[in-house]
Write a new protein. Structure first.
Length: 341
């Protein structure tokens, strides 16, 4: 430290702060938001903290200073604990006779209020889905639209709410649905629904989850207009609701005797308490077969992955893809799964 210039000393102090915050964030998945709501907010910034520490590491590496060990150590701890933020391996793509193609998509009401200044977004979404031909499709922020024809799916279960605008979630399937239902999260339009589908001799439980929305505008200029305390309180309150919703979901899931596939918009990251609890022993299909950052939400300055597809360990994960179609504030994702009997 004594041999550092004044500028390097200032940079190292900032490095220490960034490293401590990242190290602290590693325990967030184990802290209940109801008890630690202020700390839980930090889970949204883990991706940024990782990238910041990579920049610090590269800076000290370029200058051949031993201070590089600080960020390197913290990054290695995170890699061993949670894996890499960026997946360098190529996507797995295995064709298998038993493959089930499952897609998840938050369609943002099919651009009903023209957030994206383009015409016929709802038709483009339907055409895209038809082209990719998933066997099972989970949609969040869905509402019936007379311009959209999803009749290429044989079965569906939808759960809608609202007086003026009916919206909610839907599960489309090419396989028969023999049972379905809704968890009906209290005091919110967000929800979780399920459908039991039959493929051959197997019955598979499909969950479509939409945890409490953060209601954060991704426009950075609008974010600057919010006070820090107001933003923290609002996000902290949302995370508390997400924890309660997760508890309801886990109690419902525990009663299921079938192998399951869970997908949805968690409105939180892979470094959060709710993700860890919902994932449990299931496989995150992006981790198993995806590549890159796996971003699923349209945030301008850094990649955010808040939509997930989880599968029972009995399934082989034969593929995963994040699409670039910009028809919503979320990007569609799809996985290929085969059930090993």
């Amino acid at each position: 430290m004594k041999k550092l210039s004044l500028i390097d000393k200032i940079i190292f102090v900032l490095n220490v702060i960034g490293a401590i915050l990242l190290l602290l964030s590693y325990i967030l998945p184990y802290l209940k938001p109801k008890a630690f709501f202020v700390l839980s907010v930090l889970s949204l910034g883990v991706s940024v903290l990782i990238l910041v520490n990579v920049v610090f590491f590269m800076y000290w590496l370029f200058r051949l200073k031993k201070q590089l060990l600080l960020s390197l150590s913290v990054l290695l701890i995170g890699y061993v604990t949670y894996g890499s933020l960026y997946k360098f391996s190529s996507s797995r793509n295995v064709e298998h006779a038993n493959n089930i193609k499952v897609m998840n998509y938050n369609v943002r009401l099919f651009n009903l209020y023209e957030w994206i200044p383009k015409k016929n977004i709802e038709i483009k979404i339907a055409e895209f889905i038809k082209k990719e031909a998933p066997d099972i499709l989970n949609i969040q922020d869905y509402h019936p639209n007379p311009n959209i024809d999803f009749s290429f799916f044989k079965y569906k279960y939808e759960k809608l709410s609202g007086k003026k605008l009916k919206s909610g979630q839907v599960i489309f399937s090419q396989y028969p649905i023999i049972n379905s239902g809704s968890l009906d999260f209290p005091n919110t339009a967000n929800n979780a629904i399920f459908a039991d589908v039959v493929k051959g001799k197997d019955t598979i439980r499909i969950y479509n989850i939409h945890l409490q929305s953060l209601k954060i505008d991704p426009n950075v200029e609008k974010l600057k207009q919010e006070t820090t305390s107001h933003l923290f309180n609002r996000v902290g309150s949302t995370f508390k609701m997400q924890e309660s919703q997760t508890e309801l979901f886990l109690a419902h899931k525990q009663k299921c005797r079938y192998k399951m596939i869970i997908s949805g918009d968690f409105n939180n990251t892979a470094y959060s308490y709710v993700y860890r609890k919902i994932k449990g022993d299931l496989n995150d299909t992006f981790i198993e077969a995806g590549n890159g950052f796996g971003r699923t939400y349209d945030f301008k300055f850094f990649p955010v992955r808040i939509d997930f597809m989880l599968a029972d360990e009995a399934f082989s994960v034969n593929g995963f893809k994040t699409y670039n179609e910009h028809y919503s504030d979320h990007y569609p994702i799809m996985t290929k799964l085969s059930l090993e009997n």
